[in-house]
Design a protein around this ligand. Structure first.
Ligand code: SF4
Ligand code: SF4
Length: 168
């Protein structure tokens, strides 16, 4: 008898408590600052140019080999990024690609609604990744997250622009 009363009291207590559930997908919870969503390509906020320097480090460290890229000659006679492919069906969202990138060109975005009807939909091109991550903050550094977008803390790319030798 005592157990039934106790259970009923718990039910009454929950009735008066604020609702814990949300009406997803209409309502979404705020993401944790270091949430690891779809990897995406960042660009320079001033020029809009992609930060990627086509070094290939992210593809080499990726444990599931889901990153592919090719390099083409640039107009200046240097080399630049041609295509950049992410096979998201194989990505395990570990974030290693973001951590190894010397110029913070790839980050973990907050994109998580990735389900598709066809497997081809899980293959993201450079243009798609760039539109997702264009102004996304650096995911893994301290102060990362929404607050980081309002700070002027120097990033690795800033340091790269000022003195490339710091990185190597
Ligand atoms: S998050 Fe991990 S698995 Fe996904 S692309 Fe980056 S390194 Fe590869
Ligand atoms: S590590 Fe960074 S700069 Fe190098 S290819 Fe990957 S995204 Fe581009």
């Amino acid at each position: 008898m005592f157990d039934e009363v106790k259970g009923f009291a718990t039910t009454l207590k929950r009735l008066a408590a604020p609702t814990a559930t949300i009406e997803y997908p209409e309502e979404k919870r705020p993401m944790a600052p270091r949430f690891r969503g779809l990897p995406a390509l960042r660009s320079d906020p001033e020029t809009g140019e992609a930060l990627c320097v086509a070094c290939g480090l992210c593809a080499r460290i990726c444990p599931t080999s889901c990153l592919e890229m090719n390099v083409i000659p640039s107009e200046e006679g240097d080399r630049e990024l041609g295509e950049f492919i992410l096979k998201a069906g194989r990505c395990m969202f570990c974030g290693l690609c973001s951590q190894v990138c010397p110029v913070d060109a790839i980050t973990m975005s907050q994109e998580y609604e990735l389900s598709v009807m066809e497997r081809d939909g899980l293959v993201y091109t450079k243009t798609e990744l760039a539109s997702i991550g264009a102004q996304a903050p650096i995911w893994w550094e301290s102060g990362v997250g929404p607050d980081n977008q309002q700070t002027n803390a120097p990033t690795r790319y800033d340091r790269f622009k000022n003195n490339a030798s710091e990185l190597y």
